[in-house]
Design a protein around this ligand. Sequence first.
Ligand SMILES: Cc1cc2nc3c(=O)[nH]c(=O)nc-3n(C[C@H](O)[C@H](O)[C@H](O)COP(=O)(O)OP(=O)(O)OC[C@H]3O[C@@H](n4cnc5c(N)ncnc54)[C@H](O)[C@@H]3O)c2cc1C
Length: 436
Amino acid sequence: MWQRGAVTGRAPLDVELALLGGGGAASLLLAALDRHGVRDLRIAVVDPVRRRGQDRTWAFWGRPDSDLDPLLSASWQQVEVATPARRRVMDLAPLRYAMLRSGPVYDRAAEAERRLGATRIVAPAESVVDDGTCVLVRTGGGPTVRAGWVLDSRPRPPARPGRTTWLQHFRGWWLEADRPVFDPARAVLMDFRTPQPTRGVSFGYVLPVSDRYALVEYTEFSPALLTDSGYDAALAGYRDLLGLDPAGLRVREVENGVIPMTDAPFPARPSPRVVRLGTAGGATRPSTGFTFSAMYRQADQAARALAADRPPVPAPAYPRRHRWMDAVALRALDRGGVGGPDFFDRLFDRNPAERVLRFLDGVTTPAEEIAVMNSTRLLPMIAATAGDAADRIRDRLRPTRPAPAIPAAVVGVPPSGGTGDAEPDVAGSEPGAPPR
Ligand SMILES: Cc1cc2nc3c(=O)[nH]c(=O)nc-3n(C[C@H](O)[C@H](O)[C@H](O)COP(=O)(O)OP(=O)(O)OC[C@H]3O[C@@H](n4cnc5c(N)ncnc54)[C@H](O)[C@@H]3O)c2cc1C
């Protein structure tokens, strides 16, 4: 199915810009094109799924911002980081931590798409051939598209396996309580009091939108997914750790997800006229899985470029030295040289929160980065740096192997009994899957 722009016979649909994938990155891009006043650009959006509703919740930090703020569900000036040893409350000024649900983002993108007069092709893009002057995109069941530029955010594995391949995988419950049990003035950013996996890091977090309603999530950074019952048990354990009585709670929605955490490369410019955005283009920060801010930044840059009649090529999502530091940190965490709670605790203990958060966004100065690096334990980091260097040499010498695909999230049966009396909505969130 496609709309607008009659396509007859075998003639391709000619556009200046084709977006392959219409999820997070493409939605931000459509909104940015509209915001920057781009008009008269022929655009096609190719995705087998039309994204709408709440299929994910984005949390991110930044300065208060007039573009995104009207869409936020909540924002917090204060966040808490907890370890078994202490609970630290941090003031983020001049930044704030914010929560954005996917529904308003998709709605804004749909409105932008309408104003831009884009053609929507509800079909998968199947092959992409770039001859250097234009790109031919064949779709499964829809028209062929001939585009001047392609911005491609379809989920894909990295170009080769990483030296460390972890996943950020999680399950969250949107909990509604009978009485006030949450503190809406502050979010829990990371709570490492959860039982730690043998290999990896786990933590819980709480994003309250009111004193009775919050997203409570259990997250692991580790090589492999849990089972459905494993996520439920871990999340129920975290709920109990927070002192929340299940009898007074209802699970209103369930959110599941898997995000790559790896030093494997996600090439952002696979061919002259194809630019990758979002997770596929390297916007996911390997050491944290946070993606939103880089995705937003890149959408803005690409849209500004198109508005000025320039190629829509954003700056790399993160500077090269940040990707190297992440590779070393991931290695130190994975090979057991550094404990996750200790690593993050020291980062927040020895730096202003604002510096750590800007560091994680890849926007700190080299001097600030040295300060951040100095807050980690020296010996394991030196060992990880040496191991990383040796593996880089080995990688140059051996033939490239295909990387495994990013696995789909485990979407299970919604919890019943003590955690709620109503059937919750389950947000599917595996890469590329339709929302449920
Ligand atoms: C549940 C969840 C919560 C997250 N929360 C956060 C967060 O709090 N903060 C943060 O920074 N990051 C978060 N992330 C990570 C990241 O921000 C999101 O995954 C984000 O949606 C990535 O955007 P994207 O466009 O790269 O991928 P997606 O949003 O997944 O979009 C990819 C699109 O490609 C489409 N597609 C698939 N195959 C084809 C094909 N053959 N042809 C055309 N289209 C195709 C899919 O249907 C989909 O619409 C979260 C991720 C998940 C899964």
